[in-house]
Design a protein around this ligand. Structure first.
Ligand code: HEC
Length: 101
């Protein structure tokens, strides 16, 4: 019985698990800085470019779209990142800007 209760209590924790469990935001931040991701973004939205991620009309609405957009922009830059790196960057953008659960 105790085990059943413990399992039920654990359920909500699973539900709020990170959308990018394998991504490491600290590594992602370094990658994004090194790759100069903000270069084009700041031309578009000004400042340090981070408004690209917070503007009211932003395009990315869920974790899947975030990963897809990181991939698309990354392809333009031709960084040679591995899929794990893209997930690290998605985890970083999510932690600091998007905050999807
Ligand atoms: C060649 C220019 C360019 C580079 C370099 C670039 N981006 Fe972008 N990025 C854009 C443009 C343009 C948009 C806006 C697309 C739109 O509004 O349709 C965008 C949008 C985004 C968005 C979605 C913002 C939203 O609306 O929610 C994310 C996330 C993103 N970029 C991540 C990255 C990452 C990570 C990198 C570095 C690997 C990067 N970008 C490098 C041009 C670039």
């Amino acid at each position: 019985m105790r085990i059943v209760i413990a399992a039920l209590l654990a359920l909500p924790l699973l539900a709020v698990a990170q959308p990018f469990p394998k991504g490491n935001p600290a590594i992602g931040k370094k990658l994004a800085m090194a790759a100069d991701c903000a270069k084009c973004h700041s031309q578009r939205v000004g400042g340090d470019g981070s408004r690209m991620y917070t503007r009211p009309e932003r395009k990315v609405k869920n974790p899947g779209q975030l990963l897809a957009q990181v991939r698309a922009c990354n392809t333009m830059l031709n960084t040679g990142w591995f899929p794990e790196d893209e997930e690290n960057v998605a985890a970083y953008l999510n932690r600091d800007y998007y905050k999807f659960k």
